[in-house]
Write a protein that binds this ligand. Structure first.
Ligand code: GTR
Length: 332
């Protein structure tokens, strides 16, 4: 079994290889940028980064390439962030969920129901707030990361293997896996269920063995992580609309020439709109597959009881983002 320690050790070996040449020499020699994602090949986020790699390769006559490690090959998102921070991994595509534990400013996007809908989220990440938050990551040396772009991850909905969740009462007592950030566990608890923090690499097993009754995710992830046959009640609560983020290792970034840094920033940013096109297609396909698999897809017409119930989470975490939340709400 791969442990966190072996993953990090392997990553450090890669870091050493990346760091051998001094900055000046790196500008001339061939460079392989390691990229990682928890999703498999073909998933919109993975595909967008691979396209970024092709552009880099073309623009540098093959000098810079991206090597993709998909499907949790380098561990879960926490490990990916740690590896990027030490320069063992250059590009990590992760959810803002776990990044919020490293960069507190980003937790504003992790507040339940902070966006009206996915369209609203897109306007925010495409506008000045999106740019400012990427800059906050890059400008703070403590993060060890450079923010390249946002990606779409739709809206997260609850699924479970016990019963249809039509109202907040139906969540009572259900053990629901949440991403590893206290805000999410508290969100679930505020809704009446039991939030269980867990990385994605353990969720399938936990669902099968009953350690959890369900989880929550957008349609493409629910489908692609293979959870559909195991948990066939899917309620469109849209309680969290969390964008994804593409980050670059600060340590590796500083070792690049100025020109290469510019290329990475430019092609990195271009993934934002390119991934979105792939995302919309994939969401449609996933929804069709979910329905064809006989899942009970439950529309939640009145989300107000859910929104009211998460007030304790807003009371605890929302106050430090009052101004930013207002700007988010004012974004059309
Ligand atoms: C997906 C997201 C991943 C990861 C996963 C999870 O929607 O794309 O980055 O956060 O959810 O729930 O762990």
């Amino acid at each position: 079994m791969t442990t966190r320690r072996t993953i990090l050790a392997a990553g450090l070996a890669v870091a050493a290889a990346f760091a051998v040449a001094p900055a000046g020499a790196l500008a001339q020699s061939k460079m392989v940028l390691k990229a990682a994602d928890v999703h498999p090949l073909g998933y919109p986020t993975v595909e967008a980064v691979e396209r970024m790699g092709k552009k880099l390769e073309k623009a540098t006559n093959g000098r810079i390439t991206i090597q993709m490690f998909p499907a949790m090959q380098l561990g879960g998102e926490k490990e990916m962030i740690e590896q990027a921070q030490v320069g063992a991994l250059q590009i990590a595509r992760v959810s803002v969920g776990p990044v919020g534990t490293v960069v507190d400013d980003l937790n504003v996007f992790n507040l339940p129901f902070v966006f009206r809908n996915t369209e609203h989220m897109r306007h925010v990440i495409d506008g000045p707030i999106g740019d400012e938050l990427l800059k906050k990551i890059s400008d703070n040396p403590k993060t060890g990361l450079v923010g390249l772009a946002w990606m779409d991850s739709g809206a997260r909905n609850f699924y479970n293997k016990v019963r249809d969740v039509k109202s907040i009462e139906d969540l009572k007592g259900l053990k629901i896996r949440m991403m590893g950030n206290p805000m999410f566990v508290e969100t679930m608890n505020a809704l009446g269920g039991n939030g269980v923090p867990m990385q994605m690499d353990q969720v399938m097993n936990a669902l099968q063995t009953g350690v959890v009754d369900g989880a929550e995710n957008n349609p493409p992830s629910y489908d692609s992580f293979g959870h559909v046959p195991v948990a066939k009640h899917y309620s469109l609560t849209e309680h969290l609309i969390i964008p994804e983020i593409l980050v670059f290792s600060r340590k590796s970034f500083d070792a690049l020439s100025k020109e290469d840094q510019e290329l990475v920033m430019k092609f990195g940013k271009e993934t934002q709109l390119e991934q979105r096109v792939l995302w919309d297609e994939r969401t449609k396909q996933a929804m069709d597959k979910i329905k064809a698999a006989g899942v009970n897809v439950i529309e939640i017409k009145d989300k107000k009881p859910f929104q009211d119930a998460v007030k304790p989470v807003w009371d605890k975490y929302g106050s430090k983002y009052t101004e930013l939340v207002k700007r988010i709400q004012d974004t059309k």
